[in-house]
Design a protein around this ligand. Sequence first.
Ligand code: NAD
Length: 290
Amino acid sequence: MKIGFIGLGNMGGPMAANLAKAGHEVTGFDMADVEIEGVRMAGGAAEAANGAQVVITMLPNGDILRRVADAVIPAMDKGAVLLDCSTVDVRSARDVAAQAQAAGLSALDAPVSGGVGGAAGGTLTFMVGGDEPGFNIAKELFDIMGQKAVHCGSSGNGQAAKICNNMILGATMIATCEAFALADKLGLERQAMFDVVSTSSGYSWSMNAYCPAPGIGPKSPADNGYQPGFAADLMLKDLRLSQQAAETVDADTPMGRAACDLYARFVEQEDGKGRDFSAMLPRFETRGRS
Ligand code: NAD
């Protein structure tokens, strides 16, 4: 396939490289001066999109996505697919999809889970919103860049799935960390706490697969000085998107709001910036109730 790829950062770079390695003809563009193995670099977003059957975007936020969409949509052939893999607000995803459809294109929002490791290893999970024909065309590319693609319904539903998932993740990580800190103060060994909770009703991905306590459970960023992994800054971004979406549709999300406020304090006022989101545990360890 002829593919345009815009936004070749930590995630987009390896995703584009994997597509090229699989034999697709990939033309890329990034604001920064980057080189990606197997990818021909264009002088602008529209040039990268020109003649492509699928144009993939992997960008920081919804405002940038809107600007890039304005540039690439007029350059794309009717029937081509605009496939946005960034994490953005649901409103921007739906507006960009409507703009693409009005120009005779298919549009998909397909945010990912799996992080930089998943992008490099081709093991991402895609949560996809948009039309069925577009999904069927992109499926072959999802299979190269990832291990699973779930079609979640119409435009914006991929972003909805992503922020709901990460709202659960943020809240359960905080709950897991505060419970470890409480257990410490009650004199309960961390290994015993893990052995019980990971096989009891308090279990979760945060406890079982990504345990925030060093030396306990499978290897995780806690065993590497809380280097990300999944950075607290990115968790904050996703929690803010969840609260923005909740406000738009008048949904009551008290746990999501509390998680958002806590990660905001951790990243913006404490030492959370640049650390893994599980570094909430050392934060709780040093604190009392007030
Ligand atoms: P990044 O900052 O490394 O990459 C974004 C790239 O977009 C940069 O290279 C930047 O130069 C480029 N860019 C910005 N404006 C542009 C424009 N107008 N035209 C062309 N290029 C432009 O970010 P990332 O970590 O690769 O994340 C990309 C997206 O994936 C984000 O929406 C993020 O929330 C999401 N995401 C990231 C992770 C992760 O672990 N890093 C995990 C899941 C989802």
